[in-house]
Design a protein around this ligand. Sequence first.
Ligand SMILES: [Fe+2]
Length: 359
Amino acid sequence: MTAKYRIKPYPLDEVKPGMEIGRMVLTRDKKIVLSEGTILSQSMIEGLKFWDISTVFIKELLSDEPDIDFSIPETLQQKKFYADYDDTVHALKESFAKIRFFKEVPLAAIRELTNNSIDPLVNSTGVINHIHMIRRQDDYTFHHSVNVAVICGVLGKWLGFAEQDLQDLMLAGLLHDVGKTQIPLEILNKPGKLTPEEMEIMRLHTIRGYRLVCDIPNLPMGVAYGVFQHHERFDGSGYPLGVASDKIHDYAKIIAIADIYDAMTSDRVYHRKITPFAVVDMILEEMFHKLDPEIGIVFLNNIRDFFVGNIVELSDGRQAEVIYLGHFLASRPVVVTSDIEYIDLERNKSLSIVKVIRA
Ligand SMILES: [Fe+2]
């Protein structure tokens, strides 16, 4: 335990003479009003009112205050989630191996997996955070399919889907890449970037998946569309047909968002894992042309709630807890570091979140 300082934001009407400025005060047009270390007087506080400054960062001495300990052991609930998740990935892997060989989708088994395994994962508290914490080195397709099914279930619930509709949407999520069972393994598992020719073959997974599911009697059409259209984009820039907006089924639009979110937040051979904070900002950018904005807004507004409380690593190497997300970029929240400095990343652009340590 050591005496420490912290820098904490205060609304101007709570600022008193004698307080010390912890961070340079700037006007809206970036002129310096007061520099760090200044001891405030009443006339300076009046000056801040004149400049229309609403928040001031104050440096405070904390005596005998311990560092914040961010290490919290895994809860029983998390352990159960990870165990159930592993069983689900394993079951899907077995089903997909059979589909590769027999070219037939065992619908009853996949439906059972959706209702008995995916559905409970969707309803677990903290589901989005648990998914982020799962290490996935091998078996990318199966992990990804389970994750997309779970995210589809979560997003579907936010959109008001229920009962059979929600189950069909999760089923579509679980099967969205089933066509990859008809892609040669040397392309599917190739480490490194695909050549343009290999990429063309990989893209066939939409059509091959559609053919596989079309053979299933009584399969809801939405599920088949989800498989066929999940790489179509709202502005018509996707594949295989390049159809746009209302020509794309809702299930396919929902899968597209779940697919992008999971692919970008996961470790892959050819790209670095990106923090969910940054991915949410990318989805926000894409939302107004490539993704359905109505579905995108619901996704972004709700998923941000999972980020408060995340323990992150900052670009200066310090650990910090996310304590508040403003209305703007998710990647620039207010955090408190383990040595108790409050940092608004929206204002302090020299720092950024590089990693999520505990979601
Ligand atoms: Fe896909």
